[in-house]
Design a protein around this ligand. Structure first.
Ligand code: GCB
Length: 593
């Protein structure tokens, strides 16, 4: 699915702004067909944004079920005869869309875009109405999973329900990413895929173009930053050679543009789409992760799309600030924990040369003990697997052309110690390799190396571990022994390079004590330093991603003090003490230690 862009044959109309909103507190709107007429008794709601923190009403914040959004729009006369598309960047977690009261489309899953052809539903010259119902319920068949718990005891009012979920970030909901209208010609470019290779000083750009008319003529031109054509070809697929190619490198990105043109029988231009291309290679060889043939060491974070007030809503001010902080602290990478991030963020990573591990929203598939199973017919079952594969397919379809993405993560901390996880992950990993043969794959582990049943299917071992936090809280002196024992076990058992994909400690900004105790900034520093001592001794460790980039919202609970405080930055993006420590360490390390 191509991101909507203004080109000489396409036009985009942003529908971001303040929409009309109604929380369906009794979940009756679908039955009562609220989409049939303009919504009544609405309140203003910004799009994009999570709705949860916008109002002063706890009932809206904590609502389980449907909420309704509505906006009106005009179709410019110049769009007559064009194909008119409505694209929702993401609706957390499930949505149905109506245009002028007629159903236009629906989608399951909260972190990827969906679009629909609404040409037949809109009136040109009159006001059109779009209505979107968004539902936030998580079940064992969604990603991430959850379950609705209904209490059946005298302490709770009859029928009292909560949404349970097993991941550690707040279940924000709503229209999190921009909603856009765009038009294309009736015959149009459906998709373009690019992979790249490096041969000596030259870059090879292999491309395939899919058009609505498979017989249509296609022409492609690759231009450099100055707009000069450096290679061109005819045909819906082929390879371009770029002499003396400038490579896309970590922290030194160079981007070309592939101008894809679809032509009619006379050679006249029907549709044009410019795709950003970075020429680079990625490979795992022995204990090394190679980008352009050079060893790469991941320095950075697990992150979240999360900020005050907007929740998970796209906020380009926050995003630019985050990239500035990543560069300031000398990081070179992050993981899109625990879901595919907005395309706008990946575009920024492409431009800034920040390396990305792209993750599907398969998080929360464990109860953090080796006895309780999740891969069972009543929990993560065949339907869950089918949905996992759908989401993976859609994520790779959306993100395949981003040079910044160097690896796919197919889940975070799943119960990979279960025998039943083996056929499950065989299917998921086979699919990932079939969809993208150019990028390594991983799953992020919670199980210990002797328990994990699936790591052999992947290229890199990613491990999350919280020694001296969840394990042996307060015992900083144990970290080096424990982490060295574990990481060595991973490498010995599976003979693959290891990334420490999460490690860290909650630190409440302004809490200090020396000698350090838990929740102080000193403790966070001391803990990180002890992990680092071990990484520096182990040659097969190819990266360190601290958990987390910034403090973030979680559900309420006795272990969360108004959210998860493992951030190196506060939720408002101000540095804690550990930020200096990382900045100095990562500066001294250079690109490979
Ligand atoms: C983890 C999870 C992450 C949590 C973190 C924590 O292992 O992957 O989502 O937020 O631990 O702080 O508990």
């Amino acid at each position: 699915m191509l991101y909507p862009k203004d080109t000489c044959s396409r036009e985009v109309k942003e529908l971001s702004g303040v929409w009309r909103f109604k929380a369906d507190l009794d979940n009756v709107g679908r039955q009562e067909q609220w989409f049939a007429q303009p919504l009544t008794d609405t309140i203003p709601m910004p799009v994009p944004a999570s709705y949860n923190d916008i109002t002063q009403d706890m009932a809206i914040r904590d609502h389980i079920g449907d909420v309704w959004y509505e906006e009106t729009f005009l179709i410019p006369r110049s769009w007559n005869g064009q194909r008119i598309m409505l694209r929702v960047g993401s609706a957390c977690h499930h949505a149905v869309v109506w245009v002028n009261g007629a159903e236009a489309g629906s989608h399951k899953g909260g972190f990827l875009p969906f679009e629909m052809d609404i040409s037949h539903l809109v009136c040109s010259g009159a006001e059109n109405r779009v209505t979107i119902v968004v539902n936030n319920i998580l079940t064992w068949q969604t990603l991430p999973p959850g379950r609705i718990k209904t209490f059946d005891d005298p302490r709770h009012p009859e029928g009292y329900q909560i949404q349970e979920y097993f991941h550690d970030f707040y279940n924000y909901a709503g229209l999190h990413r921009p909603v856009k209208l765009y038009c294309t010609p009736k015959e149009y470019i459906r998709d373009t895929a690019v992979t790249t290779e490096v041969e000596g000083a030259n870059g090879l750009v292999h491309y395939t173009v899919e058009c609505s008319d498979p017989e249509a003529a296609v022409r492609v031109k690759l231009t450099d930053k100055a707009g000069t054509v450096v290679a061109e070809a005819n045909g819906a697929s082929g390879s371009l050679t770029v002499e003396k190619a400038k490579l896309w490198k970590p922290l030194a990105a160079y981007l070309y543009t592939l101008h894809v043109e679809m032509l009619d029988a006379e050679g006249a231009l029907l549709d044009h789409y410019p795709l950003t291309v970075g020429i680079r290679t990625v490979k795992v060889e022995g204990n090394r992760f190679l980008i352009n043939g050079e060893p790469f060491y991941f320095k950075g974070f697990g992150k979240h799309e999360d900020s005050d007030i907007k929740g998970k809503g796209l906020d380009q001010a926050i995003n630019v600030k985050d990239f500035n902080l990543l560069k300031w602290i000398n990081a070179n990478s992050f993981r899109t924990s625990h879901y595919p991030y907005a395309e706008e963020i990946l575009d920024m990573a492409d431009r800034e040369g920040i390396v990305v591990i792209g993750e599907v929203p398969a998080v929360g598939f464990t109860f953090f003990n080796y006895n309780e199973k999740v891969y069972t017919p009543d929990k993560a079952n065949d339907e869950t697997l089918a949905h996992h594969k759908d989401v993976l397919t859609d994520m790779i379809a959306r993100d395949k052309n981003h040079p910044s993405i160097v690896m796919w993560s197919l889940s975070n901390e799943a119960s990979t110690f279960q025998e039943e996880a083996v056929p499950y992950y065989k299917e998921v990993s086979d699919l990932a390799r079939k969809l993208d043969a150019t990028r390594p794959i991983t799953v992020v582990e919670w199980a210990l190396p002797d328990k994990c049943q699936v790591a052999q299917m992947f290229d890199v071992i990613c491990v999350n571990r919280y020694y001296s936090w969840y394990n042996d809280p307060g015992a900083l002196e144990l970290i080096e022994h424990q982490i060295e024992w574990e990481l060595t076990g991973w490498n010995r058992n599976f003979n693959k390079p290891v990334i420490m994909s999460e490690y860290g400690a909650d630190a409440i900004a302004g809490f200090h004590q020396d000698p350090p105790v838990m929740f102080t900034e000193e403790y966070q520093c001391e803990l990180l330093t002890r992990y680092h001592n071990v990484f520096d001794r182990l040659d097969f460790v190819i990266g360190e991603h601290v958990w987390a980039f910034a403090d973030f919202a979680t559900k309420q609970g006795t272990t969360r003090i108004n959210g998860n405080k493992k951030g190196i930055f506060t939720r408002q993006r101000q540095p804690k003490m550990a930020a200096r420590l990382l900045k100095d360490r990562w500066e001294q390390m250079g690109s490979y230690p």
